[in-house]
Design a protein around this ligand. Structure first.
Ligand code: ADP
Ligand code: MG
Length: 288
């Protein structure tokens, strides 16, 4: 039989925007000492708008670059992909046909367009491939930048902007008041990561991380004696969610993340996690 307190807690959690997949997770939530948030879609809304399209090479133009990128992004579920396809639609661009679409987990997308190999990717991917990152994209404002490679040549980039969620600051502050260190791990660039970290007063930030590095972040904190909770939405986040002491999937995310997680954040609201921790602690006090 399910202990009454657990049954009550689970029912109350559902009302609070949480779906508990693993019963022990509720009990574990009160032990959390470090909370690692992913950025996109959790601390931010995950609704990107294109702010700039920039061509870096002769022989192409803004419209061609954007329509090429959008042709690939039509097949991706990532919030960045939605921002790019929406911009192409608004500009009424016709998109070229693509073949061999592939999603490069946590890095971007790849396909063949008019017999050319095209990738739309993160700064982390460029670093992996030893492609120099144009200085103008690291020294400028805090913008999310995805790079367009055509036949392995850096041809241009698209800059996008997202918004911090209205309740992120409150969530972070209340976790910190409960003695929890709050971190962010993101595949996005350092500028954007730092801007979000400053705005929210985070205890630490990991930027330009690739999927296996998210696991390393969790392990590193665990090796320092922390009891770690991690949020994530993508397929690429699943290994880190599995490694965390408490894995939390964002409701708007992918099925793979949800299947790996202990808890699902139904409304993607960071304060629901804060409530869980505070509520878990209060419930535990009642039991003893
Ligand atoms: P986050 O950690 O912020 O949630 P992800 O791990 O989902 O971000 O993605 C990491 C990075 O990979 C993104 O910031 C972006 O640069 C790149 N990326 C992922 N998916 C796509 C896509 N469909 N198109 C272009 N870039 C992408
Ligand atoms: Mg993500």
């Amino acid at each position: 039989a399910i202990p009454l307190v657990v049954a009550i807690s689970t029912a109350m959690s559902a009302q609070r925007g949480l779906l508990i997949r693993n019963r022990t997770a509720f009990e574990e939530a009160r032990k959390i000492t470090a909370m690692v948030f992913d950025k996109t879609g959790t601390l931010t809304e995950g609704a990107f708008g294109v702010t700039r399209v920039h061509v870096l090479r002769e022989g192409t133009d803004e419209a061609t670059l954007l329509s090429t990128a959008a042709a690939l992004e039509q097949s991706s579920q990532h919030p960045i992909a939605q921002g790019i396809t929406q911009e192409a639609r608004q500009r009424r661009l016709s998109l070229p046909a693509i073949t061999d679409f592939q999603s490069i987990t946590g890095r971007g997308v790849s396909a063949t367009v008019e017999s050319k190999s095209v990738q739309v990717v993160s700064p982390g991917y460029l670093k992996e491939r030893n492609v120099p990152i144009p200085a103008e994209t690291t020294s400028s404002e805090a913008e999310t930048i995805v790079y367009v490679l055509i036949d392995d040549q850096l041809t241009g980039y698209v800059a996008l902007a997202d918004k911090i969620r209205a309740d992120s600051k409150e969530a972070v502050q209340r976790l910190q008041q409960a003695g929890i260190k709050v971190y962010m791990a993101t595949g996005d660039n350092q500028k954007v990561a730092d801007a979000v970290a400053n705005e929210l007063g985070l205890d630490g930030v990991y930027a330009e991380v690739l999927p296996d590095q998210k696991v390393a972040v969790v392990k590193d904190l665990q090796s320092k004696g922390q009891f770690v909770a991690m949020t994530g939405d993508g397929v690429n986040d699943a290994p880190a969610l599995a490694q965390a002491n408490v894995g939390i999937a964002v409701g708007s995310g992918t099925d793979v993340a949800a299947e790996t997680a202990d808890i699902i954040l139904v409304n993607s609201k960071p304060t629901d996690i804060t409530n869980l921790v505070e509520f878990g602690r209060a419930t535990y006090r009642k039991m003893i």
